[in-house]
Ligand binder design. Structure first.
Ligand code: TXA
Ligand code: MG
Length: 344
């Protein structure tokens, strides 16, 4: 576990990053911060290294990983048949919370990275520690989120340690991540690109640059098979069952009061503006309702905090608007809730 201050600049070079990069070069796994969530990295060219990622996370082998690069040329070396719109968004949004799916060039990556698919998911993270580490390692780095499979993604080094201590070679601690939800995954193998996972870069931002962008319709509907293999798995669920309440805050409070009158312990997920208005056994604020970015940033940490209260029988969450980053927030909340929604 190394601590690196991302604000003090990396120009002097950090011995911690050199150590972590050396372990990556020896095909070990290292957790590191990105601007979205912490990733669990390994050499994307090595079967031995990539296998360790799946083992440490308990991740199903049919769920492919994102390959992280430090510059554009490293990305272009891995893919072929790049449409003009994909070139445009890579130059506009990288480094950043956008992952592109493109046909892969044969023989560059471990086939475990892509779970045998002919395409590969690639992104350049917008974080000085991540970029320095990938550059120093000198190879593309496969990195899923650094949580046990099924748990909320880690937005702090402590979350990584909670899930993976003793299972990985090290953690580079760069403090809290910022964006808080994972990158947007965009399928760029079609003439019109498709968002297969909403995330830090919004549909609106993409459309402003390249025109129409489709969204995989299965994302909000549990009965349909999603395009992205990872989206079919249950994820993020807190220990006490979570239900999203669509309606007024009075309605949510009424549901909570009813459950409590039956002797149940009730958690409530709301925002800082309304925290004091609610009565429950664990009322947690997830950012500010006036700024959805702060909700995204705090979401996974709050879902983990509900588990600290082991007495809770159920959790009710407010719903959030589904535009901008709200699309990613509601997608993750719906997964955490197993698609349970009560409408007023
Ligand atoms: O923000 C992020 O993207 C973080 C940080 C660490 O970079 N990474 C992350 O990775 O969230 P992971 O493995 O937890 O999620 C990768 C998602 C999964 O839903 C996976 O199924 C999808 O990307 N994916 C990867 N390769 C794919 C491919 N070739 N085709 C379709 N979906 C793919
Ligand atoms: Mg993940």
């Amino acid at each position: 576990h190394w601590t690196v201050d991302k604000n003090s600049g990396l120009s002097k070079g950090y011995p911690q990053i050199a150590q972590a990069a050396a372990l990556l070069a020896q095909n070990e796994t290292i957790a590191f911060p990105t601007e979205t969530v912490y990733g669990l990295g390994a050499n994307a060219g090595s079967d031995e290294a990539v296998k360790k990622i799946y083992e440490a996370k308990g991740r199903p082998g049919d769920n492919p990983l994102i390959v992280h690069v430090a510059d554009h040329s490293q990305a272009l070396a891995l893919v072929s048949d790049i449409p003009a719109y994909a070139m445009k968004i890579m130059s506009m949004f990288w480094p950043g919370a956008l992952t592109v799916i493109l046909p892969q060039k044969e023989g560059k990556l471990s086939s475990l990275v892509t779970a045998g698919l002919s395409t590969v998911a690639i992104r350049m993270p917008d974080h000085p520690i991540a970029l320095a580490l990938i550059k120093e390692a000198g190879v593309p780095i496969a990195a899923p989120s650094a949580n046990l499979s099924g748990k909320p993604s880690p937005t702090e080094a402590a979350h990584v340690a909670m899930d993976l201590d003793g299972r990985i070679a090290g953690i580079v601690d760069g403090g809290p991540t910022g964006v808080g939800v994972e990158s947007t995954v965009l399928d760029c193998t079609k003439s019109i690109p498709v968002i297969v996972r909403p995330g830090g870069v919004t549909r609106e931002q993409l459309e402003a640059v390249i025109g129409p962008v489709h969204v995989d319709q299965a994302l909000m509907d549990e009965t349909q098979a999603p395009i992205s293999p990872g989206m079919k798995y249950t994820h993020y669920a807190p220990n006490a069952p979570l239900t999203i309440v669509k309606g007024t805050r009075e309605f949510l409070q009424k549901l909570a009061d009813e459950a409590r009158s039956e002797g149940k312990k009730v958690g409530i997920l709301t925002t800082s503006e309304y925290k004091e208005e609610f009565r429950g056994d664990e009322v947690l604020a997830c950012g500010s309702a006036l700024q959805l970015e702060t909700v995204a940033s705090n979401l996974y940490g709050v879902l983990r905090r509900f588990n600290e209260n082991t007495e809770l029988d159920l959790i009710y969450s407010e719903a959030f608007p589904e535009d901008g980053v709200g699309q990613a927030i509601m997608n993750r909340l719906m997964k955490a809730a197993g698609h349970r929604v009560i409408e007023e």
